[in-house]
Ligand binder design. Structure first.
Ligand code: 13P
Length: 339
């Protein structure tokens, strides 16, 4: 079992490839569709995601796709299961299994991610339907007195219980503790982000150890170390790369095969440039790649606009972003390639 997990995890971070996060919950994809005035119906969600999964870029730049539960059961108009489109492109289907970040009792402004009850049974079902990795996102916000120790500890504990259950089911857990950069209170500077990210990762790895999670069979999905969006501070690509790497080197054991970042509200180009700068550094103990949602899809979504006639142009926009990030995952991207 363990070697299967190691093989899946290694494939998820194949050189020059990364993960497409297409697991927006119904509420989140509605927000994305609202921005292009497209009605959020199951058929439109299916069309949009089918368009992405049939893009040429899937073959060379996308190692895996994170799905929302609904997508696992959807079929394209020609009868193909969406999950089979992913596998046919040589990419691995994965599934978001958490039930979302819910208010943490007694801790105003903080959340704990729920979804552990019945998870063992759900994982068995998802495995039967083709999922070979999973995702659980914990959300840690920085603000007045936040994060509390209890929010860090509770979220880290839930991540570890989730990860152990995934491995038992033959599924590689993506462990995602996101220190958020956006939100109305995100006025923290880059060093506060670095400090909180370190504390969070330290606690997550302690909990993973206690839960007997095999670190060679996980993928870590962290935030980059960046200033809060309301801080008014700008940080250079070099500073972000340096501070993110310092944090990861201090806290992430070398046994972890790969780190796949979230984009978290960075622009498409920022997310690519930051990943590229980190991969230009020598001697990294883990593979560093992307697991972007917004920074991979924003251009394609805008181009698509819900219209069948825009489908090919949208696939081209998606393919471009995926390839740029694939190059960044090797430290071979430069802005001149964007033209
Ligand atoms: P973003 O890249 O848009 O932050 O989404 C990644 C993700 O999967 C968050 O859970």
């Amino acid at each position: 079992m363990m070697s299967i997990l190691h093989d899946i995890a290694a494939s998820m971070v194949t050189a020059g490839q990364g993960i497409l996060a297409a697991d927006e919950s119904t509420g989140t994809i509605k927000k994305r569709f609202d921005s292009i005035q497209v009605e959020c119906t199951p058929a439109n969600r299916c069309d949009y995601r089918e368009m992405l999964f049939r893009s040429e870029a899937m073959k060379d730049a996308i190692s895996g796709v994170i799905l929302f539960e609904e997508t696992l059961d959807q079929t394209a108009p020609d009868g193909a299961r969406l999950v089979d489109l992913i596998s046919a492109a040589g990419s691995i289907p994965g599934i978001k299994v958490d039930k979302g970040a819910k208010p943490l009792a007694g801790h105003p402004g903080e959340t704990v991610t729920e979804g552990l009850d019945g998870l063992r049974e759900r994982l068995a079902l998802y495995h039967d339907k083709g999922a070979r990795f999973a995702k659980w996102r914990a959300v840690i916000a920085i603000g007045d007195g936040r994060p509390s120790w209890n929010a860090i500890k509770t979220n880290a504990h839930a991540l570890a219980r989730y990860a152990a259950l995934c491995q038992e089911a033959g599924i590689v857990p993506i462990v995602e503790p996101e220190v958020t950069m956006d939100g109305p209170d995100a006025s923290h500077d880059i060093d506060q982000c670095a400090d909180v990210s370190r504390r969070v990762l330290n606690t997550v790895f302690r909990e993973l150890h206690d839960a007997r999670v095999d670190l060679e069979g996980i993928i870590l999905k962290p935030n980059m170390v960046v200033p809060g969006q309301q801080s008014g501070q700008r940080a250079s690509v070099g500073e972000i790369a340096e501070k993110t790497l310092a944090c990861l080197r201090a806290e992430v054991p070398a046994a972890v095969p790969g780190i796949a970042f979230l984009s978290g509200g960075q622009s498409d180009l920022e997310a690519t440039a930051h990943l590229n700068a980190m991969n230009a550094s020598a001697d990294l103990p883990w593979a560093l790649t992307f697991s972007y949602g917004r920074a991979l899809q924003a251009a394609a979504l805008k181009t698509w606009c819900g219209k069948a006639e825009n489908r090919i142009a949208a696939q081209t926009a998606f393919a471009h972003r995926a390839r740029m990030n694939g190059l960044a995952a090797c430290g071979k991207w430069s802005e001149s390639l964007e033209a």
